[in-house]
Design a protein. Sequence first.
Length: 307
Amino acid sequence: MTAPYFSVVTPAAGAGAAGRLWPALAGLLRDLHLQYEYELTQGPLTATSFVRQALRAGVRTVVGVGGDGTLNEVVNGFFLNEQAIAPDASLGVIPVGSSSDIARALGIPAGLAAADLLRDGRLASIDLGRADFMGAAEFTIRYFMNNADVGIGGRVAAAGARFKRAGGKAAFALSSVGAVLDPRPWRGTVGIDGEPPREVEAITVVVALGPYTGGGMHIAPGARMEDGLFDVVTIGAMSPQELLLNLPRVYAGTHLSHPAVRRVQAQLVRIETDGEPLVELDGEIAGAGSVEFRILPGRMRIHVSRP
């Protein structure tokens, strides 16, 4: 590759909006005199493979065109065998997806307006999360940009695929109602940094870098993507009726005062589960069961707006 910019486009993102936007975006990149090459994703994890190839070939700015799921695959392409392929590489974001909570947290505008940041924005260093868990057949390491969820979030993500044509916020709201009516709490322990593990019966544990999830749910109102800390939000067992009643509070960010909700900050989180609750990263199901999360402060360079 000879162009300094490499775009990864998920045509299906945003119920096909990314594919429809790409011709106009490509023209805008040319108008901005940004030399680029690109690939269209062809299935799960193809974005990760494309990014690794591009970085090894010398690209230093990768642009993700899609939603949070696209960005999750892209950021995993920055790493190989637990090492950054190009520590000086940066990420550009063109938010066109059912869920764009990463862009929402960073103040990145939607669609074509985000392309201006590649030329006129600034580079910020944000934190990443790393998840270590047993995958389908072997030990797995995956990275995430926004948040991880052990429990109901994975079921919401799985169901949300059926409603994506309704739009991001509507899709996650519809799938959330279905999961709330059958919450399936799990038992296990949560260990925070060096503290002794605490027994929990939880519907979910959210390990958050950013404040939003699920197309705008304000799950971790105090979370900041540049502070070197996770916000860990545990939602204990509740009845379906109580969960449904409190769902609007999650969107408003006022749920932390509920007695069944606990919020702490940490750099290392170990979760041991008796069952196999789903593990979701940036809106994508990545595994199930016990998992360890650790924060990587300032590990990703990303193009954002100037103050």
